[in-house]
Design a protein around this ligand. Structure first.
Ligand code: FES
Ligand SMILES: [Fe+2]
Length: 379
């Protein structure tokens, strides 16, 4: 990456009407991926799940995010906390399971023990060691905030103000009342592509009437006039669509607080680094893309429905329909995204002109390029 200069991005940074897509190396170069991690993922607020996943004292959930092990835990007093899941001795993950309920975390290697507030409470044969100040040692805390039942963390000890970060979602998505919703399902789906391709694909509506013609493409109506660009490369798109089911019907009814809204309600929001939020008449749908390495990522999909629908006797059967339809749509996307990824390593690839209907992707890439390749202070 040493010989990259900012001029490599001139064609992307032009006005949309004259711009081109980004050079292939940003989607496959390990050095670019390293820089993204430092400049973006270690600095931004990141969506990591739902409060209901760790609802009771002792509940915990482990995650590996961009190579960093994290444990989310609800302590005895009910406070939700996040820590780097790494023993202070030699770095072993102290919480081993994907999720569970614990009274404490005991490192499986040499048995150092931590309470649910992260404090080191036991370390065999270490007590009398000069300078080993056990009471003042603790798992490294990670900043954590919640918003309408959703959990965000930030690895930076001095994170950007959460209120400013969440403002666009608060304005555009609080009407979904996600704190009154529960997860119908959560999916983690691996893709053989750079994380940006998956994220760009979610904000690219240009492909919808073509690629998704058999699933839902004909039900979506949108245009650039429904796009509101916001800070840090994000945006909100207002459009008309239908619930994400094969027949376009809300199989679990409208959300009770959206009874007055039309069934065609559609809104999508995007926040850096990789969070999308989808609003429909019948559900809220956060989606987040996690990079694994420069050519692999995982798409995490949450589908949230009002608490009351979970009383229905047919709930499992209906959720399965939503679940299967989501997989169908995503598999349509996969074929294209993974094909694009293969092109990035070809010597024949030349980035093509952007279409006017790729306004959202253009806005996102412009912001991304300034953050990752611009002067350090802009990051
Ligand atoms: S690595 Fe955890 S106790 Fe040794
Ligand atoms: Fe798509």
């Amino acid at each position: 990456m040493a010989d990259i200069d900012f001029g490599d991005f001139d064609a992307v940074l032009k006005d949309l009407e004259e711009s081109r897509h980004a050079p292939g190396f940003i989607y496959c170069d390990p050095q670019v991926f390293k820089r993204e991690k430092e400049r973006i993922f270690m600095k931004d607020w990141l969506y990591v799940g739902r409060e209901e996943e760790v609802s009771d004292p002792g509940d915990f959930m482990t995650l590996r995010l961009v190579g960093e092990p994290v444990v989310l835990v609800r302590d005895r007093e009910g406070t939700l906390r996040a820590f780097i899941n790494m023993c202070l001795h030699r770095g072993v993950e102290v919480a081993e399971e994907a999720c569970g309920n614990a009274r404490a975390f005991r490192c499986p290697y040499h048995g150092w023990t931590y309470d649910l507030s992260g404090k080191l409470t036991g370390a065999q044969s270490m007590k009398d060691l000069p300078g080993f100040d056990m009471p003042n040692q603790s798992l490294r805390p990670v900043k954590l905030e919640t918003w309408h039942g959703n959990i965000f963390i930030c690895f930076d000890a001095d994170p950007p103000p959460f209120k400013a970060f969440i403002q666009d979602l608060e304005e555009n998505f609080s009407f979904l009342r996600m704190d009154k919703c529960r997860m119908g399902f959560k999916l983690k789906i691996p893709f053989e592509c750079n994380w940006k391709f998956a994220f760009e694909n979610l904000m690219d509506f240009y492909h919808v009437p073509v690629l998704h013609v058999k699933s839902f493409g004909s039900r979506v109506r949108w245009g650039n006039d429904g796009v509101e660009l916001n800070k840090l490369g994000g945006c909100t798109i207002n459009y008309t669509t239908s619930p994400s089911t094969p027949g376009g019907q809300p199989l679990l009814g409208k959300m009770p607080w959206l009874e007055h809204e039309d069934v065609t309600l559609g809104r999508a929001g995007y926040l850096q680094p990789s969070l999308s939020m989808f609003a429909r008449i019948d559900y809220a749908g956060p989606m987040v893309i996690w990079p694994i390495d420069e050519t692999h990522c995982e798409v995490w999909i949450y589908r949230l429905f009002p608490e009351e629908v979970f009383q229905r006797p047919d709930i499992e059967e209906k959720l399965k329909v939503y679940h299967d339809f989501q997989i169908t749509v995503l598999e349509e996307d996969r074929t294209m995204i993974e094909s694009m990824q293969r092109a990035m390593k070809s010597r024949s690839y030349v980035p093509g002109r952007m279409a006017p209907l790729e306004k959202t992707v253009h806005h996102y890439l412009n912001s991304y390029i300034r953050r990752v390749f611009g002067p350090e202070e802009e990051s």
